[in-house]
Design a protein around this ligand. Structure first.
Ligand SMILES: *[C@@H]1O[C@H](CO)[C@@H](O)[C@H](O)[C@H]1NC(C)=O
Ligand SMILES: *[C@@H]1O[C@H](CO)[C@@H](O)[C@H](O)[C@H]1NC(C)=O
Ligand SMILES: *[C@@H]1O[C@H](CO)[C@@H](O)[C@H](O)[C@H]1NC(C)=O
Ligand SMILES: *[C@@H]1O[C@H](CO)[C@@H](O)[C@H](O)[C@H]1NC(C)=O
Ligand SMILES: *[C@@H]1O[C@H](CO)[C@@H](O)[C@H](O)[C@H]1NC(C)=O
Ligand SMILES: *[C@@H]1O[C@H](CO)[C@@H](O)[C@H](O)[C@H]1NC(C)=O
Length: 279
């Protein structure tokens, strides 16, 4: 079994960059194990190139919910890949991000067969193993906002924990085939609001999604106590919180399901029937 790769990086500059250009894909981290590699001009490389272009072209398709998985080629040269776009990004921004990832991946991981690439707005992953529907939180990275919460940090930590819990509940109650994605904005004090986001690849079962997100959340106290922001990125799920609006609230609001239909009640007595003299 692969050992846990766990890095903590300080990325306040990246966080600041995302304030101004929230729809520009920013590279965050790559994981490419050199345990399995392919040769230049091999069948695997040809299959991988086909797979990457199929992922990019499929990123513009409607009804994909920002997620697509695909397999190509015959054993032993079969390659399996997917992309996942952050739940609030538009179809175009999603494709931009997947296209950038597909272009950069061959420079960042030129010979490796097993690859995960994280960007701000999307994730690209492929492997010589059919990993779909299998939870993976073994490789990952934690990115920490360098700013601290100076005032009532313990209450802030607790608010992060309870809010994250709520978003997990929301993300895992999504209907089958829908995005496993949720955000939540809560008030901390007069100056600070907390913005939280969680997401799983939708090929995961509800219980695996729940498990993956809870593992991510449980790592927060040790890495990120009192931090004004943090992200935990795994291949199968990711979480993030900040004290600024890092996701597109308009897009999220437009996507959330309409409120349930009003409960039908017995008609109220009409004013006409009101006994005279009341009020
Ligand atoms: C794989 O990477 C490790 C650490 O970066 C290095 O020590 C090792 O030599 C590499 N193995 C191969 C086959 O390139
Ligand atoms: C790969 O193919 C290209 C073009 O066919 C050739 O120029 C190059 O030398 C080949 N590389 C290897 C490592 O075989
Ligand atoms: C999507 O991917 C499939 C293979 O998985 C491929 O046949 C198709 O050309 C791709 N592009 C679009 C736009 O569907
Ligand atoms: C994506 O993965 C699911 C689950 O393994 C599978 O049923 C489906 O066929 C895959 N889609 C493609 C295009 O390979
Ligand atoms: C979050 O939810 C888990 C499981 O439902 C529960 O054990 C834990 O106490 C909750 N934590 C907070 C801070 O609400
Ligand atoms: C946020 O989403 C809305 C609705 O999808 C879109 O019109 C707007 O351009 C987005 N804002 C940014 C900064 O991308």
């Amino acid at each position: 079994m692969k050992s846990l790769i766990f890095f903590v990086a300080l990325l306040s500059l990246l966080s600041l960059a995302t304030i101004t250009k929230s729809q520009d894909p920013t590279f965050l981290y790559d994981s490419c194990s050199n345990e399995t590699t392919y040769k230049s001009n091999s069948t695997y490389q040809a299959n991988l190139n086909l797979l990457l272009s199929s992922l990019v072209s499929n990123a513009t398709r409607n009804n994909l919910n920002g997620f697509y998985n695909s397999s190509l080629g015959l054993d032993p040269d079969d390659v399996h890949g997917l992309f996942l776009c952050r739940g609030d990004v538009s179809k175009n921004a999603c494709q931009n991000c997947v296209a950038l990832a597909a272009k950069e991946v061959t420079q960042r991981c030129p010979v490796e067969k097993v690859v995960v690439l994280w960007y701000d707005l999307c994730l690209l992953r492929y492997s010589n193993w059919a990993f779909f529907s299998t939870m993976d939180q073994e490789q990952g990275v934690t990115l920490v906002n360098t700013q601290n919460i100076a005032y009532e940090p313990e209450r802030f930590n607790r608010l992060v924990a309870t809010t994250m819990n709520d978003t997990v509940t929301q993300a895992t109650s999504a209907m089958s085939g829908a995005k496993k994605f949720a955000v939540k904005e809560v008030y901390f004090n007069e100056f600070i609001n907390l913005y939280s986001l969680v997401q799983c690849t939708p090929d995961l079962s509800t219980s695996d999604c729940n498990r993956c997100l809870r593992i991510a959340i449980s790592s927060l106290p040790s890495c990120c106590s009192q931090r004004a922001g943090a992200r935990v990125l795994y291949p199968s799920c990711n979480i993030r919180y900040e004290t600024y609006e890092f996701y597109n609230t308009t897009a999220v609001a437009a996507e959330s399901p309409p409120p349930p239909p009003p409960v039908i009640r017995a008609p109220l007595p009409s004013p006409v029937s009101k006994p005279k003299g009341w009020n």
